[in-house]
Write a protein that binds this ligand. Sequence first.
Ligand SMILES: [Fe+2]
Ligand SMILES: [Fe+2]
Length: 476
Amino acid sequence: MKLKSLFKKHHILYIAFFVFVATILSVSTTSAVVDLFNIWGKMLYVLCSIVIAAIVACFMAFGVEETMSKHRGSIKNSLLVILIEMAFTLLSFFVCKADNLVFLTPAIFVCALLAILYGYKMAYVAAVCNVMIACYMSSAENLVFAPIVLAICLMVSRMITSTNERSTLSMMGVAGAIVSFAVSASVLFVFSDNRLGDWVSVLTTSGYMAINCFVSVMLIVGILPLFEKLSGVLTEFRAQELMNQNTPLMKRLISEAPGTYHHSVMVSNLAEAASDAVGANTSLVRVAAMYHDIGKLKRPQYFVENQGGVNPHDQLDPFESRDILFSHVSEGIDMARKYKLPMDVIEIIKSHHGDSTTTYFYYKALQDQYRGDNITENDFRYGFPRPVTKEAVIVMLADCVEAAVRAMTDKTAETLSNRIDDIINGKVNDNQLSEADISIKELSIIGRKFKDVVGGYYHQRAEYIKPAAQLSTANE
Ligand SMILES: [Fe+2]
Ligand SMILES: [Fe+2]
């Protein structure tokens, strides 16, 4: 437990640094006495790459990124990173043998892919590992390629995470190629002799680097959907696409359950403001908030926001009503899987009501009494997992706040503020946030943000003052 909290406080960066230094020292010492091209040397390569891949996987498991969701740190994703790193090591074995071809190392592609899937910090770690692997695999006497490749890996990782539109990637590929050529040429010229043959070699090698950068970014465009599916991670690109009103699910929500669509937009706005304030993954929060109630599409008229005065629950037993209400979560999960929404989003759909009580139907059942006295609150609790991540908590609270505020008739600043406090305290007292990675301070920041947004929607307007001429005619 202590180790986990140590990692959580980001001491992992220091720990990782010492692990890397230890790895470099041990491998360098061993490689000095082992012939790298005999069978033991090759086994050493493989062992080193496994150790390095495992270190990268540790970053996944314990979470380097503050906004890393539970799913990104899952065993499945750690294994995926190990596989990517192993594939990289294998490719490097073939590519890095020739002096010039080492500039075609797939390190840039791997770093760009990891940056998009797991954040740029993760890619920085991978960049160091991959350049180390490339150095070991290289038969070049001069390791000047190492700082060049490392610099370009870092540049591409940062650059590629600064956009959320796939269409801009090709432009980034071109820009990255130009910068790569310039960086390589300027460094290599410093180390070259002033001979024509050397200059030609410098330009050819820099050309390889530029091609490598461009092809790596272009490959990302083609291969990313496959990795999005394999990892289940919501990338910035996918988030942007899912927020579009033209996705099949959004179209259905707008036409079949317009009330739920409007509710989801409001929840998304509330959640986004809170997410920014507490450093959560805002893209994930926005998308999850938009899709949290898609399960209502099956029977939209049974949910208050889609009812035009006729409430079908009036004709139903409270237990039947409860079952319909509960089913919107499981149906939402099924629908999200059918429409291939990312696992990060599905986790939030699953926990957006936690195991809270449907109080309205619970009290209705108590009033009806026709089932005897055996009714307990547990009969009316959603049986779903409680939120674990900060993102899931924000969506749960924003959902409750939106529904409660919409139902209020008195919307003065004070009543709105009190109601929001009551909702957050109610969730805490009902233990709905007991498993979540969130502090009291963060909850109070979230509450404050909700009040700001809700206050903006329902602020009291100053009464319109009629011009004097109109007042006089009105009085006549
Ligand atoms: Fe819901
Ligand atoms: Fe909702």
